[in-house]
Design a protein around this ligand. Structure first.
Ligand SMILES: Cc1cc2nc3c(=O)[nH]c(=O)nc-3n(C[C@H](O)[C@H](O)[C@H](O)COP(=O)(O)O)c2cc1C
Length: 161
C-alpha cells in the first residue's frame, strides 16, 4: 500500500509524529513523509493512503497546511483513502477556562483537514487523531509516538479492508 504523509511542523513535534507514522507503515519506498512545502502533485501518483498532519494554530490547521489543502482540486483524491491528525496542547492541563471554551467552540486542526480531504474526494480510513504536546514547543507527551504508531496500524487495517 503506497502511503504518503504530508505535514507541517514548526518545532518538530508534528514531524516526529509524521515520521513515526511513515516508519510504521513501511519502507521509505512505500511510505514517505513530506513537508507541505516539499510536496509536488506527482507525489500523489499511485498513492492509496494519504495522511495529512498539522500543528494546531489558532484552533485550525497551520497556514501552510490550509494553503496546501486549498490547492487540492475537487475530485483529485477520488479512490484515495485519507486520514488527518494534528498536534495540540491539552487544555485541561493548561487550566484556562476561556481557552477551554474556545477549544469547545473551534476545536483543533484535524477535523478541518479531514473535511478538506473529503471535499477533494478522499474517503476517510479512520477517525482523526490528535497528539498532545506538553508545551507549545513540545516535547510530545510520553507515549504519543507509540499511540501514533498504533493509529497508523489501524489505518493500514482499514485501508486494506
Ligand atoms: C501561534 C500558536 C498558536 C497555537 N494555537 C493552538 C491552538 O489553537 N490549539 C492548540 O491545541 N495548540 C495551539 N498551539 C500549540 C501548537 O499546537 C504546538 O505548538 C504544536 O502542536 C507543536 O507542533 P510542532 O512542533 O510540529 O510545531 C499554538 C502554538 C502557537 C505557537
Amino acid at each position: 500500500m503506497a502511503t504518503l504523509v504530508v505535514f507541517e511542523s514548526f518545532f518538530g513535534n508534528t514531524e516526529m509524529v509524521a515520521r513515526a507514522i511513515a516508519d510504521e507503515l513501511g519502507a521509505p519506498v512505500t511510505a514517505r513523509a513530506l513537508r507541505v512545502g516539499e510536496f509536488e502533485p506527482h507525489h500523489l501518483q499511485d498513492v492509496d493512503l494519504l495522511i495529512v498532519g498539522s500543528a494546531t494554530r489558532a484552533f485550525r490547521p497551520s497556514p501552510g497546511t490550509q494553503a496546501w489543502l486549498r490547492r487540492l482540486a475537487p475530485g483529485s483524491l477520488a479512490g484515495v483513502r485519507v486520514a488527518a491528525f494534528d498536534t495540540r496542547v491539552d487544555v485541561a492541563q493548561v487550566g484556562n477556562r476561556f481557552l477551554t471554551l474556545m477549544v469547545r467552540w473551534f476545536g483543533y486542526a484535524a477535523e478541518p483537514i479531514e473535511k478538506a480531504l473529503r471535499r477533494a474526494g478522499g474517503e476517510p480510513a479512520a477517525a482523526t487523531a490528535g497528539f498532545v504536546v506538553e508545551d507549545k514547543e513540545g516535547p510530545l507527551r510520553e507515549g504519543e509516538t507509540d499511540r501514533a504508531r498504533a493509529w497508523a496500524r489501524s489505518l493500514r487495517r482499514a485501508s486494506a479492508a
